[in-house]
Design a protein around this ligand. Structure first.
Ligand SMILES: [Zn+2]
Length: 275
Protein backbone atom coordinates (compact mmCIF):
# COMPACT_ATOMS: atom_id res chain seq x y z
CA UNK A 1 0.00 0.00 0.00
CA UNK A 2 1.59 3.25 -1.08
CA UNK A 3 1.01 6.26 1.07
CA UNK A 4 1.19 9.96 0.55
CA UNK A 5 4.72 11.22 0.47
CA UNK A 6 6.44 14.32 -0.67
CA UNK A 7 9.19 13.77 -3.06
CA UNK A 8 11.57 16.54 -3.84
CA UNK A 9 11.09 17.81 -0.32
CA UNK A 10 14.02 15.43 0.13
CA UNK A 11 16.14 18.05 -1.56
CA UNK A 12 15.38 20.49 1.21
CA UNK A 13 16.09 17.68 3.69
CA UNK A 14 12.52 17.46 4.98
CA UNK A 15 11.51 13.89 5.78
CA UNK A 16 10.75 12.00 2.57
CA UNK A 17 8.49 9.47 4.15
CA UNK A 18 6.57 9.60 7.35
CA UNK A 19 5.60 6.82 9.70
CA UNK A 20 2.84 5.80 7.29
CA UNK A 21 5.34 4.50 4.78
CA UNK A 22 7.12 2.14 7.12
CA UNK A 23 4.94 -0.76 6.03
CA UNK A 24 5.92 -0.44 2.41
CA UNK A 25 9.56 0.12 3.24
CA UNK A 26 9.77 -2.80 5.64
CA UNK A 27 9.82 -5.39 2.85
CA UNK A 28 13.24 -4.20 1.76
CA UNK A 29 15.05 -5.35 4.83
CA UNK A 30 12.62 -6.55 7.42
CA UNK A 31 12.73 -3.38 9.49
CA UNK A 32 12.42 0.34 9.19
CA UNK A 33 14.94 1.87 6.82
CA UNK A 34 15.56 5.58 6.84
CA UNK A 35 14.57 6.55 3.25
CA UNK A 36 17.44 9.04 3.29
CA UNK A 37 19.82 6.10 3.17
CA UNK A 38 19.20 5.43 -0.51
CA UNK A 39 19.48 9.05 -1.62
CA UNK A 40 23.04 9.88 -2.62
CA UNK A 41 22.47 13.60 -2.24
CA UNK A 42 21.23 13.22 1.33
CA UNK A 43 24.10 10.92 2.31
CA UNK A 44 27.43 11.94 3.67
CA UNK A 45 30.64 11.01 1.90
CA UNK A 46 31.36 8.66 4.79
CA UNK A 47 28.09 6.81 4.30
CA UNK A 48 28.55 6.53 0.54
CA UNK A 49 32.21 5.49 0.79
CA UNK A 50 31.53 2.85 3.38
CA UNK A 51 28.60 1.42 1.43
CA UNK A 52 30.66 1.24 -1.74
CA UNK A 53 33.96 0.05 -0.28
CA UNK A 54 32.20 -2.36 2.06
CA UNK A 55 30.62 -4.00 -0.97
CA UNK A 56 27.00 -3.53 0.10
CA UNK A 57 26.26 -0.88 -2.54
CA UNK A 58 26.16 -2.51 -5.96
CA UNK A 59 24.09 -0.24 -8.21
CA UNK A 60 23.02 3.38 -8.56
CA UNK A 61 19.85 4.69 -10.20
CA UNK A 62 20.12 7.96 -12.14
CA UNK A 63 16.61 9.45 -12.51
CA UNK A 64 15.96 11.69 -15.51
CA UNK A 65 12.93 13.95 -15.61
CA UNK A 66 11.89 17.37 -16.79
CA UNK A 67 10.75 20.78 -15.65
CA UNK A 68 7.94 21.47 -18.03
CA UNK A 69 4.35 22.57 -18.32
CA UNK A 70 1.94 19.95 -17.07
CA UNK A 71 -1.27 21.51 -18.32
CA UNK A 72 -3.13 23.89 -16.00
CA UNK A 73 -3.25 21.76 -12.85
CA UNK A 74 0.00 19.82 -12.25
CA UNK A 75 3.31 21.18 -10.99
CA UNK A 76 6.06 21.45 -13.59
CA UNK A 77 8.35 19.15 -11.61
CA UNK A 78 5.97 16.22 -12.06
CA UNK A 79 8.15 14.00 -14.28
CA UNK A 80 11.22 14.49 -12.10
CA UNK A 81 9.25 13.98 -8.89
CA UNK A 82 7.49 10.85 -10.14
CA UNK A 83 10.57 9.09 -11.48
CA UNK A 84 12.59 9.96 -8.39
CA UNK A 85 9.86 8.52 -6.19
CA UNK A 86 9.83 5.26 -8.17
CA UNK A 87 13.64 5.14 -8.04
CA UNK A 88 13.73 5.76 -4.31
CA UNK A 89 11.06 3.20 -3.48
CA UNK A 90 12.69 0.60 -5.74
CA UNK A 91 16.09 1.24 -4.15
CA UNK A 92 14.54 0.78 -0.72
CA UNK A 93 13.25 -2.63 -1.84
CA UNK A 94 16.81 -3.79 -2.48
CA UNK A 95 18.53 -1.80 0.26
CA UNK A 96 21.45 -1.60 0.89
CA UNK A 97 22.36 -2.75 -2.62
CA UNK A 98 21.18 0.37 -4.48
CA UNK A 99 21.18 4.13 -4.15
CA UNK A 100 19.62 6.96 -6.14
CA UNK A 101 21.78 9.73 -7.63
CA UNK A 102 20.59 13.32 -7.83
CA UNK A 103 17.88 13.49 -10.50
CA UNK A 104 18.42 15.35 -13.76
CA UNK A 105 15.52 17.76 -13.29
CA UNK A 106 15.52 19.46 -16.69
CA UNK A 107 15.03 17.34 -19.80
CA UNK A 108 14.52 17.64 -23.52
CA UNK A 109 11.24 19.54 -23.93
CA UNK A 110 11.38 21.76 -27.03
CA UNK A 111 7.88 20.54 -27.97
CA UNK A 112 6.43 22.33 -24.95
CA UNK A 113 8.20 25.65 -25.35
CA UNK A 114 5.00 27.34 -26.53
CA UNK A 115 3.63 26.68 -23.04
CA UNK A 116 4.92 29.09 -20.42
CA UNK A 117 7.31 27.88 -17.78
CA UNK A 118 8.87 24.94 -19.62
CA UNK A 119 12.64 24.65 -19.31
CA UNK A 120 14.41 22.65 -21.99
CA UNK A 121 17.94 21.43 -22.53
CA UNK A 122 19.34 20.80 -25.97
CA UNK A 123 19.75 17.10 -26.65
CA UNK A 124 23.57 17.34 -26.52
CA UNK A 125 23.48 19.30 -23.26
CA UNK A 126 21.13 16.84 -21.62
CA UNK A 127 23.07 13.78 -22.76
CA UNK A 128 26.32 15.40 -21.63
CA UNK A 129 24.87 15.91 -18.14
CA UNK A 130 23.68 12.30 -17.91
CA UNK A 131 27.04 11.04 -19.18
CA UNK A 132 28.99 13.17 -16.70
CA UNK A 133 26.89 11.85 -13.81
CA UNK A 134 27.54 8.28 -14.94
CA UNK A 135 31.25 9.06 -15.34
CA UNK A 136 31.35 10.55 -11.84
CA UNK A 137 29.80 7.39 -10.43
CA UNK A 138 32.23 5.23 -12.37
CA UNK A 139 35.15 7.27 -11.02
CA UNK A 140 34.01 6.36 -7.50
CA UNK A 141 33.83 2.68 -8.39
CA UNK A 142 30.17 2.21 -9.29
CA UNK A 143 29.98 -0.42 -12.02
CA UNK A 144 26.21 -0.82 -12.45
CA UNK A 145 23.90 2.09 -13.27
CA UNK A 146 20.21 2.17 -14.10
CA UNK A 147 19.20 5.35 -15.92
CA UNK A 148 15.51 5.55 -15.03
CA UNK A 149 13.50 8.04 -17.00
CA UNK A 150 10.22 9.84 -16.32
CA UNK A 151 9.87 12.19 -19.32
CA UNK A 152 8.82 11.26 -22.85
CA UNK A 153 11.15 13.68 -24.64
CA UNK A 154 14.21 12.01 -23.10
CA UNK A 155 13.35 8.51 -24.30
CA UNK A 156 14.83 8.14 -27.77
CA UNK A 157 17.98 10.20 -27.12
CA UNK A 158 18.72 8.10 -24.02
CA UNK A 159 17.85 4.81 -25.70
CA UNK A 160 20.41 5.60 -28.36
CA UNK A 161 23.08 7.11 -26.12
CA UNK A 162 23.09 4.89 -23.04
CA UNK A 163 24.65 1.84 -24.75
CA UNK A 164 27.40 4.19 -26.03
CA UNK A 165 27.90 5.55 -22.50
CA UNK A 166 28.27 2.00 -21.23
CA UNK A 167 30.90 1.02 -23.76
CA UNK A 168 32.78 4.29 -23.36
CA UNK A 169 32.90 3.94 -19.58
CA UNK A 170 33.35 0.16 -19.57
CA UNK A 171 30.59 -0.39 -17.00
CA UNK A 172 27.05 -1.76 -17.10
CA UNK A 173 24.41 0.90 -17.74
CA UNK A 174 20.78 0.08 -18.40
CA UNK A 175 18.08 2.43 -19.56
CA UNK A 176 14.35 2.26 -18.88
CA UNK A 177 11.44 4.62 -18.48
CA UNK A 178 9.51 3.68 -15.37
CA UNK A 179 6.35 3.15 -17.44
CA UNK A 180 8.10 0.30 -19.28
CA UNK A 181 6.77 -1.57 -16.24
CA UNK A 182 3.21 -1.54 -17.49
CA UNK A 183 1.71 -4.44 -19.42
CA UNK A 184 -1.36 -4.08 -21.61
CA UNK A 185 -3.38 -5.38 -18.67
CA UNK A 186 -1.86 -2.78 -16.31
CA UNK A 187 -2.80 -0.02 -18.73
CA UNK A 188 -6.41 -1.07 -18.37
CA UNK A 189 -6.30 0.35 -14.85
CA UNK A 190 -6.73 3.67 -16.64
CA UNK A 191 -10.27 4.37 -17.83
CA UNK A 192 -8.77 6.29 -20.79
CA UNK A 193 -6.27 3.46 -21.44
CA UNK A 194 -3.56 6.09 -21.90
CA UNK A 195 -0.21 5.60 -20.14
CA UNK A 196 1.76 7.75 -19.65
CA UNK A 197 0.06 10.51 -21.69
CA UNK A 198 0.73 14.02 -20.50
CA UNK A 199 -0.90 15.51 -17.41
CA UNK A 200 -3.87 13.28 -18.11
CA UNK A 201 -5.46 10.47 -16.12
CA UNK A 202 -2.23 8.58 -15.38
CA UNK A 203 0.01 11.42 -14.24
CA UNK A 204 -2.78 13.08 -12.28
CA UNK A 205 -3.52 9.77 -10.52
CA UNK A 206 0.20 9.38 -9.76
CA UNK A 207 0.29 12.85 -8.21
CA UNK A 208 -2.89 12.25 -6.22
CA UNK A 209 -1.34 9.14 -4.68
CA UNK A 210 2.20 10.40 -4.24
CA UNK A 211 2.19 14.17 -3.81
CA UNK A 212 -1.29 15.72 -3.89
CA UNK A 213 0.24 19.03 -2.85
CA UNK A 214 1.52 19.27 -6.44
CA UNK A 215 -2.02 19.37 -7.90
CA UNK A 216 -3.73 22.74 -8.11
CA UNK A 217 -7.26 22.69 -9.47
CA UNK A 218 -8.14 26.01 -7.84
CA UNK A 219 -9.29 28.44 -10.53
CA UNK A 220 -8.56 26.03 -13.39
CA UNK A 221 -11.09 26.40 -16.21
CA UNK A 222 -9.71 24.81 -19.37
CA UNK A 223 -12.70 25.71 -21.53
CA UNK A 224 -12.34 29.35 -20.62
CA UNK A 225 -8.58 29.59 -21.15
CA UNK A 226 -8.06 27.36 -24.20
CA UNK A 227 -8.66 30.12 -26.76
CA UNK A 228 -5.88 32.20 -25.24
CA UNK A 229 -3.22 29.48 -25.02
CA UNK A 230 -1.40 30.17 -28.33
CA UNK A 231 -0.47 26.55 -28.98
CA UNK A 232 1.19 26.45 -32.38
CA UNK A 233 0.41 22.88 -33.46
CA UNK A 234 -3.33 22.22 -33.81
CA UNK A 235 -2.92 18.50 -33.11
CA UNK A 236 -1.00 19.25 -29.95
CA UNK A 237 -3.78 21.64 -28.89
CA UNK A 238 -6.44 18.96 -29.51
CA UNK A 239 -4.43 16.33 -27.61
CA UNK A 240 -3.95 18.70 -24.70
CA UNK A 241 -7.65 19.46 -24.52
CA UNK A 242 -8.41 15.73 -24.39
CA UNK A 243 -5.73 15.21 -21.72
CA UNK A 244 -7.25 18.04 -19.68
CA UNK A 245 -10.59 16.22 -19.81
CA UNK A 246 -9.03 12.83 -19.04
CA UNK A 247 -7.31 14.28 -15.98
CA UNK A 248 -10.71 14.29 -14.31
CA UNK A 249 -10.77 10.48 -14.52
CA UNK A 250 -7.82 10.32 -12.12
CA UNK A 251 -8.04 8.81 -8.67
CA UNK A 252 -5.72 8.16 -5.73
CA UNK A 253 -6.45 4.43 -5.93
CA UNK A 254 -5.43 4.28 -9.60
CA UNK A 255 -2.23 6.12 -8.75
CA UNK A 256 -1.40 3.79 -5.88
CA UNK A 257 -1.90 0.74 -8.10
CA UNK A 258 0.28 2.10 -10.88
CA UNK A 259 3.03 3.33 -8.56
CA UNK A 260 3.22 -0.06 -6.84
CA UNK A 261 3.60 -1.83 -10.21
CA UNK A 262 6.37 0.54 -11.32
CA UNK A 263 8.23 0.24 -8.02
CA UNK A 264 8.18 -3.57 -7.98
CA UNK A 265 9.18 -3.76 -11.64
CA UNK A 266 12.08 -1.34 -11.15
CA UNK A 267 13.20 -3.24 -8.05
CA UNK A 268 13.18 -6.42 -10.16
CA UNK A 269 15.44 -4.72 -12.75
CA UNK A 270 17.81 -3.73 -9.95
CA UNK A 271 17.81 -7.27 -8.57
CA UNK A 272 18.75 -8.61 -12.01
CA UNK A 273 21.48 -6.02 -12.29
CA UNK A 274 23.09 -6.85 -8.97
CA UNK A 275 22.64 -10.62 -9.19
ZN1 LIG B 1 4.74 14.46 -17.33
Amino acid sequence: MMTRRTLLSGVSAAPLAGAGTIGSIARAGGGYIDPRKVLLWESTRKEFREALEGGSLKAVVVPTGSTEQHNEHLAMIHDTASVTLVAQQAALRVWPAAMVATPVAVGISPHWMDRKGTLSLKKETFLAVVFDICESLKTHGVSRILVLNGHGGNVSPLREAVPEFASKLGIRILFHSYWDAYTAADRKNMTSGVVPGHSAEFETSFAMAAFPERIHWEGVDYEKIKGQLQIRDPKSARDEEQFAKDAHLASTAKGETMIAIAVEWTAARLREMIA
